[in-house]
Design a protein around this ligand. Structure first.
Ligand SMILES: Cc1cc2nc3c(=O)[nH]c(=O)nc-3n(C[C@H](O)[C@H](O)[C@H](O)COP(=O)(O)O)c2cc1C
Length: 207
């Protein structure tokens, strides 16, 4: 068995995106926790955090692109991989998250890995995973990794995380495993982005 790539170093940058509209939402608290976990990992240089609750990005229309998008775009371009922490709202991904996906395209996302972490205060949370995996990467060529993490009963989980108890051991292990997988995909996909054949220019709108 070969060693994992990240054992041999790396210089990875990630962005964790909290997809809720609510201030200090459970999704943003979990996003902050994931930012800390990733920061502590070997071979990770920087972990940016984007909380969409604070974002002033207007809903997309055909008018002039706002300066705020140009700034945000550069932050997305800088990342080698993403974690989308998305709440389930009426069985859907919130509009600000979908709005970001309308703005961002190949320049920001093509051939970069993404881990989906969905958040439910109850016992659901499947729908954001299904929605994102089935219908949000056709044009931008974002690569959702095979694992996802669903955080159910999110308040209880957060109490355990923020209180440093090991009550959420089951979930912590899954999260650690999935973040490690994200790191490996990130290293593995990086060279692909410099391969001429992989350029999205030929089919910018996917298949
Ligand atoms: C508008 C709205 C719709 C919601 N719909 C669902 C739902 O369909 N399924 C679910 O499990 N939780 C639902 N919830 C509860 C969220 O799971 C809960 O707010 C959780 O904390 C994640 O959202 P947050 O990140 O905004 O805190 C809903 C919450 C809001 C505000």
């Amino acid at each position: 068995m070969l060693d994992c790539n990240s054992k041999h170093g790396g210089d990875m940058k990630f962005m964790v995106i909290g997809g809720s509209h609510r201030q200090n939402s459970r999704s943003s608290r979990i996003a902050r926790h994931i930012q800390k976990l990733l920061r502590d990992e070997d071979a990770v240089r920087h972990v940016d955090l984007l909380d969409l609750a604070d974002s002033k990005l207007a809903f997309w229309d055909e008018g002039e692109v706002q300066e705020i998008w140009h700034q945000l775009s550069e932050r997305l371009v800088a990342a080698d991989g993403f974690v989308f922490v998305v709440p389930e709202w009426h069985g859907m991904v919130p509009p600000k998250m979908k709005n970001l996906l309308l703005y961002a395209g190949n320049r920001e996302f093509a051939h970069k890995p993404c881990l989906i972490v969905s958040v439910s205060s109850g016992v659901n949370g499947v729908y954001p995973v299904v929605e994102l995996k089935s219908a949000s990467a056709k044009n931008n060529h974002l690569v959702f990794i095979p694992n996802h993490v669903i955080i159910r009963k999110a308040e209880q989980v957060l109490e355990a995380i923020e209180g440093n108890s090991n009550a959420d051991n089951y979930l912590s292990k899954r999260l650690d495993y999935s973040l490690n997988m994200l790191k490996e995909y990130s290293l593995a996909l990086k060279p692909l982005r410099h391969c001429a054949f992989m350029s999205p220019q030929q089919y910018p709108y996917g298949m």
